[in-house]
Design a protein around this ligand. Structure first.
Ligand SMILES: O=C(O)CCC(=O)C(=O)O
Length: 260
């Protein structure tokens, strides 16, 4: 089964959702024109890392952001891995991923499990408690946010649960972009799944971000790579490859569950 995906490696206006909604709208038009079936946005595409102003900026229960993406999904018959957005929930502020199908239905919501202290997330946000796994067009899938990729045991759990595709959305800084690439390739090889990872470009007052959005196949080979400028990254994935690789080196059969 083949699918065409578009990763929106965009710059994000700091603390300005209105501008970011307009930018996403434009990128979605481009992605639809290119024939993409699925569109992946970066982390916190609505506000960027303007955490100090989340009190006023964060979207109440992610309602406006969900509605915006849901309307676009229905209008253009596309699926969204809707990056993550700043959510103001009853439990506190969260960094929340939205997954929306072609009918505009919110099929999965996941708030970032591992908060990144180097960027002060722990001072402003509450940790998520959601599972990473979901099904999209009957494909077992999982979604992660940025720092999550440093926790192989968290992603492994989804692979053991059967995930064939793992989506990652990020605002990953440029100085550590080699870690980003290496970790994503490792996660794809060890879990024998596709990794579809979208990172932003540009800068905010504290960080410069590295782009390098990646699609990695279940053998660890890079299908496409975004470089460091603003662009839409297109790729075709072939889900049959997951079973092929899992058949060749059956690590899920050979795991010693009695020992770990
Ligand atoms: O782990 C890293 O180096 C970057 C993580 C990060 O930027 C984030 O989680 O927002």
């Amino acid at each position: 089964m083949k699918k065409k995906v578009a990763l929106i490696q965009m710059d994000i206006a700091y603390g300005d959702p209105k501008v970011n909604f307009a930018r996403v709208n434009k990128w979605v038009m481009d992605a639809v024109q290119s024939g993409a079936h699925m569109i992946i946005l970066p982390e916190l595409w609505d506000t960027g890392y303007d955490l100090e102003r989340f009190d006023v900026l964060a979207d109440k229960d992610a309602h406006a952001t969900t509605e915006f993406l849901s309307d676009l999904a229905k209008q253009h018959n596309v699926i969204f891995i809707g990056g993550s957005v700043a959510e103001n929930s009853r439990d506190g502020k969260k960094n929340t991923m939205l997954v929306i199908d072609q009918n505009g239905k919110l099929v999965h919501k996941y708030s970032k499990l591992h908060l990144f202290q180097l960027m002060d997330e722990h001072l402003h946000l509450v940790e998520g408690e959601d599972e990473a796994d979901f099904e999209l067009e009957e494909v077992p899938s999982a979604g992660f946010i940025c720092y999550d990729i440093r926790f192989p045991e968290w992603m492994r759990k989804s692979a053991v649960n059967g995930a064939k595709v793992m989506y990652v959305v990020a605002e990953w800084p440029k100085p550590r972009i080699d870690h980003w690439k290496t970790l994503l390739q490792a996660r794809a090889i060890e879990n024998q799944c596709y990794i579809i990872a979208c990172n932003r470009v540009g800068a905010d007052p504290k960080n410069e971000f590295g782009g390098m959005s990646l699609v990695v196949d279940p053998w660890g080979e890079i299908v496409t790579e975004g470089g460091d400028d603003e662009k839409m990254v297109l790729a075709e994935i072939d889900l049959d490859k997951v079973d092929e690789v899992r058949g060749k080196i059956p690590v899920f059969r050979d795991r010693r569950e009695d020992r770990y």
